[in-house]
Design a protein around this ligand. Structure first.
Ligand code: GLA
Length: 391
């Protein structure tokens, strides 16, 4: 595979040796259950066939040396320097290195050993596109340190440590979905996760449908600030609703009917955010039965409803995402289309009849380009395996 060859070459040139190991961790796409993981809801992602790859070897020095091949940059850190987010020469850690350093930090906090390594990594998950490139970096480094540290943790525990790195070291208050999907992915299957109990199961993707990912190529800045604000609004809604519903712990505990009864007591914006969450959890609750019954039409309609809700209630869409979704929904073979991931730019996910998928992708690209003058990337993805050490 090209990307493995690429990092292996850089590794050999830089360190004058072959890498001892290669780790791989995928990105993810989410079909239903958006912005509900941090509300204890249900999500339905799949790991995709794009991933972060690391070529790595142990080293005698106590300094970890990383090369980000995609950025052509290096960083150096050790357990002593990471708490203050600096490198071994006392200069600040570059932003991209916060993800691997955050993983080292979270592992050390949990008393897992993180032997120094020399490593080169690269990813074909586009960054900032809603496909969890950062979780894939975190999960790949977790595998690398698990390998060198000679400890083993179940995939869900590794996901939780990645989330801890992201929340407490990088500073994004994200839920568990991305790291979970990257760690636990199963080929040809969707993953249905209960974000409260962390129980999960696989749901096979019907053979005659394809998942098509469409990248608007728009990247928004300040996403993490907006993301944290959405999360705060949900927490505010819980606090206010608890006056009438004292037993609720999160929006997961509020039914649509209860919400309708008390919504008018909430400030406008808080009410819109919470309405999305309560209804989205309700939609995700229907997913399993629909897919099992092969009712892809209705499942696709739920995806379309989800997009409207993310656009109008949660307000995390943008004109380019709306255009991509509108065009997709008008094309033959498309069951459902919506933005995927946190929003504010990035990708849409489309459920399409398999025999129509190639034609769909071509028309979607052409029509989007002629409306926006942007050149999108559109590809049919495969649900893939979770993070792993490659032989
Ligand atoms: C980001 C976060 C996830 C999840 C999604 C929205 O991808 O990392 O935890 O909240 O946004 O569903």
């Amino acid at each position: 595979m090209e990307i493995i060859e690429h990092i292996t070459n850089i590794f050999s040139k830089t360190f004058r040796d072959k890498p001892a190991h290669i780790a791989r961790a995928p990105g993810r796409v989410n079909l239903l259950g958006e912005h509900v993981d941090y509300n204890d809801g249900f999500v339905l992602p799949a790991a995709i066939d794009r991933a972060t790859y690391i070529a790595f070897s142990p080293t005698d020095s106590d300094q970890t040396t990383l090369i980000a091949a995609d950025l052509n940059q290096q960083a150096f850190f050790s357990p002593q320097t990471i708490p203050s987010k600096i490198q071994t020469d006392s200069s600040p850690l570059p932003d991209w290195a916060h993800y691997p350093a955050g993983v080292m930090w979270a592992l050390l906090e949990n008393e897992l050993s993180t032997p120094a390594m020399k490593a080169v990594y690269s990813s074909n998950v586009p960054r900032g596109s809603g496909l969890s490139s950062s979780a894939s970096v975190e999960m790949a480094f977790t595998i690398a340190w698990q390998t060198l540290g000679r400890w083993t943790l179940p995939a869900m525990q590794r996901a939780l440590l990645g989330q801890k790195a992201e929340n407490q070291y990088v500073g994004v208050n994200s839920g568990i979905m991305d790291q979970f999907a990257s760690a636990c992915g199963v080929e040809n299957n969707l993953l249905l996760l209960d974000c409260r109990s962390l129980e999960w199961k696989t749901i096979p993707l019907p053979d005659d449908v394809a998942i098509v990912i469409a990248d608007t190529t728009v990247r928004r800045k300040l996403t993490s600030g907006e993301y944290n604000k959405r999360r705060a609004a949900c927490e505010e809604a819980v606090r206010l609703l608890q006056k009438d519903l004292p037993d609720i712990k999160s929006l997961r505990d509020v039914s649509v009917e209860e919400f309708n009864r008390f919504a008018r007591k909430l400030p406008d914006e808080v009410s819109k955010r919470a309405r999305h969450v309560v209804q989205e959890i309700e939609r995700t609750n229907q997913a399993e039965a629909l897919l099992e019954a092969g009712n892809v039409e209705r499942f696709g309609e739920l995806m379309n409803e989800c997009h409207v809700s993310l656009r109008d209630l949660y307000e995390v869409s943008c004109p380019e995402l709306d255009t991509m979704v509108r065009i997709a929904q008008s094309l033959e073979g498309c069951y459902g289309a919506r933005l995927t991931g946190a929003g504010f730019g990035g990708c849409t996910v489309n459920l399409v009849a398999r025999e129509k998928a190639d034609g769909f992708a071509g028309l979607l690209a052409n029509n989007y380009e002629s409306e926006t003058r942007l050149h999108p990337e559109i590809y049919i993805t495969r649900a893939s395996k979770g993070a792993e050490l490659l032989a």
